[in-house]
Design a protein around this ligand. Structure first.
Ligand code: ATP
Ligand code: MG
Length: 398
């Protein structure tokens, strides 16, 4: 029989033949019950990491102390030893884990019933906490007492909301109430992890649902930013194509003097900050009128598209173009950066018989603008003519 996850099943078979227990576990089982394709398949076993390593030729230690070994077959399978999590200090995941010998204890430490099931090699479902029923009811429910579980690891509160956006599930009443009570504990979680979860909500199919829950659960209270307006201004676009667009949308709702410190607070990368800066600038320009050819040159396609969407949805600005027209206008710009220009500084020096100096940069800037605006074609002969004409007319200073 051809297995659904051939590599994971091979790992299980080898472990079982060596006398250990092994199961598919976590997200893959959840996705199997939901009847959707699982991206990565995790295996759990009572073999210790060292025992696992002895059974396979190629393994990578990624977190021996957490019990995890990667086994490399044609795919890479994460194999984790049954464990329970020891003491929780600081409302964060524990640094210490204890290996345990029973599957049930391992499943018990997992966050939600839908994530706390295991599957044997012959597709027998092991479901101690009613995960299958919760999936059928499209419901996210903490394993055990939600207050206790969220006090152990506060990130779970945000994970609940992220899963609800990704899966279009609701939160079980007790689970939601526990978040509403303990929301402030999220402050103990590193902002990097919070950022990852927020971005997963923004790139899900149910951004609106996720962000509503983020606010109604009060988790949002613990993070700077105008989250109410975020929801209210949410347009009819279903998802942000990339994460940086989420930060751009978020930034458009904030007073401009705060944006940089906000993006720093969330530890956005320089690339993300630059993207946001471009979107804000493109939207500002649209408030005053249509974009110029120079604007089309300066901003990349993605900035142009999302800026027009956001300007329309947040500021109800009339956008004078369709999406296709924006793309066409962008394409019509003859160069995409100054390195596309067919002449360079050496050409200018030869033509003018003048040494290198700041004048070259100035001329190239003028030339870029002239090419963008269609006053001169990006061809050597035309550029040379333009160059001498501009000097004679006094538009360029020697
Ligand atoms: P995804 O599709 O997002 O990868 P996943 O369910 O595989 O979903 P992971 O973050 O990869 O989620 O974690 C794998 C499994 O580990 C989860 O299904 C869950 O059983 C367990 N888990 C992960 N994070 C936690 C946590 N903070 N607390 C308890 N259990 C967790
Ligand atoms: Mg996973």
């Amino acid at each position: 029989m051809k297995h659904r996850w051939p590599d994971a099943y091979q790992v299980i078979e080898i472990l079982e033949n060596a006398g250990f227990e092994a199961y598919v576990v976590g997200g893959a089982v959840r996705d199997f019950i939901r009847n959707v394709h699982a991206n990565d398949v995790d295996v759990t076993t009572n073999a210790t990491p060292n025992e696992v390593k002895q059974l396979f030729d190629r393994t990578i230690d990624v977190g021996i102390e957490h019990g995890t070994v990667l086994v490399i077959l044609s795919e890479t399978i994460e194999v984790t030893t049954f464990r329970s999590e020891d003491t929780y200090t600081d409302f964060r995941r524990p640094d210490k884990v204890m290996f345990v010998r029973s599957l049930e204890e391992d499943l018990q430490r997992r966050d939600f019933t839908m994530n706390a099931m295991a599957l044997t090699k012959s597709d027998e479902l092991i479901d101690y906490f009613g995960g299958r029923k919760d999936i059928e009811n499209k419901r996210i429910r903490a394993v055990g007492d939600p207050q206790k579980r969220f006090s152990e690891d506060a990130l779970r509160m945000l994970r609940a909301i992220r899963f609800s956006a990704q899966l279009d599930f609701s939160l079980h009443k007790d689970t939601l109430e526990a978040i509403q009570t303990l929301h402030h504990l999220i402050e103990h979680v590193s902002i990097e992890r919070v950022k990852v979860e927020l971005e997963k909500i923004w790139t899900s199919n149910n951004v609106e649902k996720g962000m509503h829950l983020f606010v109604s659960s009060r988790l949002a209270n613990n993070f700077p930013g105008d989250w109410e307006t975020f929801i209210n201004k949410w347009g009819n676009f279903n998802y942000f194509e990339n994460r940086a667009n989420g930060w751009a949308f978020f930034s458009l709702m904030q007073p401009s003097e705060d944006i940089n410190s906000l993006l720093n607070f969330y530890k956005c990368s320089n690339a993300e900050k630059l993207h946001v800066k471009h979107v804000l600038s493109a939207v500002e320009k649209l408030k005053k009128g249509p974009w110029t050819k120079q604007d089309f040159y300066q901003f990349n396609e993605e900035v142009l598209i999302v800026s027009s969407l956001y300007a329309a949805s947040i500021f109800t600005i009339h956008i004078p173009y369709t999406m296709d027209e924006i793309l066409q206008l962008k394409k019509a710009i003859p160069i995409s950066s100054s390195s596309d220009i067919v002449v360079n500084g050496n050409d200018l020096m030869n033509w003018k018989q003048q040494k290198r100096g700041p004048w070259i940069k100035e001329v190239l800037n003028e030339l870029t603008i002239a090419i963008i605006n269609g006053q001169v074609k990006n061809e050597r002969k035309q550029i040379k003519e333009w160059f001498f004409r501009e000097f004679i007319n006094g538009n360029l200073k020697p």
